[in-house]
Design a protein around this ligand. Sequence first.
Ligand SMILES: C[S@@+](CC[C@H](N)C(=O)[O-])C[C@H]1O[C@@H](n2cnc3c(N)ncnc32)[C@H](O)[C@@H]1O
Length: 199
Amino acid sequence: MCPSLDENYWLGRYQRNQIGWDAGEATIPLKQYLDQLHDYEVEILIPGAGNAHEVAYAFQKGFQHVHALDIANAPLKRFQQRYPLFPSANLHHENFFDHRGQYDLVLEQTFFCALHPNLRNDYVKKMAQLLKPEGRLVGVLFDILFERDGPPFGGDKEMYVNLFTKELDVLKMEPCYNSIKPRAGSELFFVAKRPAKPQ
Ligand SMILES: C[S@@+](CC[C@H](N)C(=O)[O-])C[C@H]1O[C@@H](n2cnc3c(N)ncnc32)[C@H](O)[C@@H]1O
């Protein structure tokens, strides 16, 4: 049976160091996406950030408004110790679905796959609320169906496109050419945009 994927579940995973998802540094697809941005004033959110390697990468690159959010406090606390200059107000110990804010860019890195599939419609609705008009949700999604009961939960391109187009314009959803080695051939890179406000 699928475990209850609440705060205690995730805290337990961090306490037992069962964090096989953690790449140990920002992943290449997200690094390279950030590398080609030139506006360092954009508001960026990384939900389900965990040890927040992408947050650190963006912050160290000079992005001024980077926010990390996680339901588990332990990795956020450790992040604050490692990066004392990172603004504590931008570390959100919160359930993603309760978060309020408006962002130009939300980065997806093994957060979607951590949520139970029955939350997928809510994820997309919430993303549409958190993005400013024309804001973008960018990142990687697993392109595999895992044969197990707990996270990660996978999917495929058709499933994701059908889901995301309920609220967002999917600009790109394609095999990821620059995945980290262990995920090579099993990820999609995607860019989805919240439509502009109707005229
Ligand atoms: C698979 S881990 C990925 C962590 C990080 N993105 C990485 O790649 O190392 C999923 C993360 O999402 C967090 N999480 C799960 N459900 C959440 C929710 N409803 N709201 C906020 N964070 C959540 C977990 O605590 C965990 O840190």
